[in-house]
Design a protein around this ligand. Sequence first.
Ligand code: FEO
Length: 402
Amino acid sequence: MPVLALSDNVYEVGTVHPDRQLFDCLMPTPFGTTYNSYLIIGQDKIALIDSVDPEKVPVFLSNLEESGIKRIDYLVSLHTEQDHGGGAQAILRRYPMTQIIANAKVRELMLTHLHIPDEKITVIGEGDRLELGGKTLRFMMIPFAHWPDNYMAHLEEDNILFSSDLFGSHYSTSKAFSTSSADQRFAAKTYYAEIMMPFRAQIAGYTARVRELAPRLIAPSHGPVWYDPNLILHSYERWTGDGVKRLVSIPYVSMHNSTRVMVERLAVRLSEQGLSVICRDLGSELDSLTVETSYFITDLVYSAAVVMATPTVLGGPHPNIAYAALVANALRPKMRFLGVMGSYGWGTRMVETIDSLTANLKMERLKPLLIKGLPTDEDLARVDQMAFEIGEKIRNIPDLIR
Ligand code: FEO
């Protein structure tokens, strides 16, 4: 991304990574990502907010060259993780007079994770201000959005909020400002699901605080700047709220189609009751595990119920379903009901295994439905009964949202 102006003497100088396919060796990034860095040129001092992923440091330094600056007084590091802090050493080498601004946790992690010299770090706290001359940054702590170290910086004169990972999206574009495209909204939702959802209560509080602050622009560390902050704030208010939709997610694997027959029957019977149903096949393609699990995680943002459907492999659930269970357990979605169904060969402990993998999920457990071999008509009648019971439960949820 070239140098782009956001406001008078405020520029985006970060880098794009459109061909990045996976983040944290875990999350698919079908739209790539960006590592945003913001340059603020005050009358007296120059500040840079965040650096970039080490892989993109050469482009980053070239962007800084293009901006025409000869020095950086402050590198304001809002978050240590290497996709933002990983270029800090390069900045110190190119601009040796730079002082790093960090909160106490960023300082601690910069020492251990990046080996930044302690004397190069100045520690700030909640409400502190950094004066640049006609430009003032005020700092707001947002621990666990999504590391313990995150904080935001509000550029008071321009009313721009630099929000760190919060409100970000893995969405690469050469344009600085967000659009309302379906792809971008989906990227932001997936990002929320994979990164912020485990900290839903805190994120709801931070969103309320930002709503009160009413920034003119929200400039996150990934993806486009939100030129209309209401777009992302409204989404976050819904995602972090307690409400769920009439939505049932069915992640499934079927090796020999018996479990698939059950899934299709369940989906039809749920749909007949006016429920939305999303089935995710986690096993049919080489990349099903990562790609479809990522879709499943995004489905969890609004799902009222999840039914995990699996055959038995060596006594337990199929490993791909075990993986989905483990990930869901870590992300702690707000769904109300969790069920297990599947077909087994001669014996199974799939329910016990999935229960142990989802111990963090405190929602109501549905009665499991296990069928030996290919489902018979009687078995399918049991699937119908399960669908009916799920429908009843969801219809009785008092705070359903559209
Ligand atoms: Fe984008 Fe938590 O780093």
